[in-house]
Design a protein around this ligand. Sequence first.
Ligand code: FES
Length: 108
Amino acid sequence: MPKPQYHVFLCSQGRPPGHPRGSCQERGCGDVIDEFMFQLQQRNCYDKIAITHTGCIGPCGYGPNVLVYPEGIFYGGVTKEDVNAIFDEHLLGGTPVERLKVPADVWG
Ligand code: FES
């Protein structure tokens, strides 16, 4: 198995209706996950990019959230339409997508 250049964590956490934290599932992460998997297949870059569905990764209020390593770049409010830019600019182009980053203090 080749070591991937990037590892992308896609939050797929759900919570009961009315929960105070909400969830990425409630905010539409299902479409984002489907688009990531579709594009990974279309671009056939399994050797460079690993994608993992995960539970809550922290800043639920910004969801749907996507976390990319090795840099630890947090993208928030990601839509299906944004996935193309994440692949083109960041995962294959090497430059994170500034407009999709959550505020830097989520790590604070
Ligand atoms: S539910 Fe997705 S980050 Fe918390």
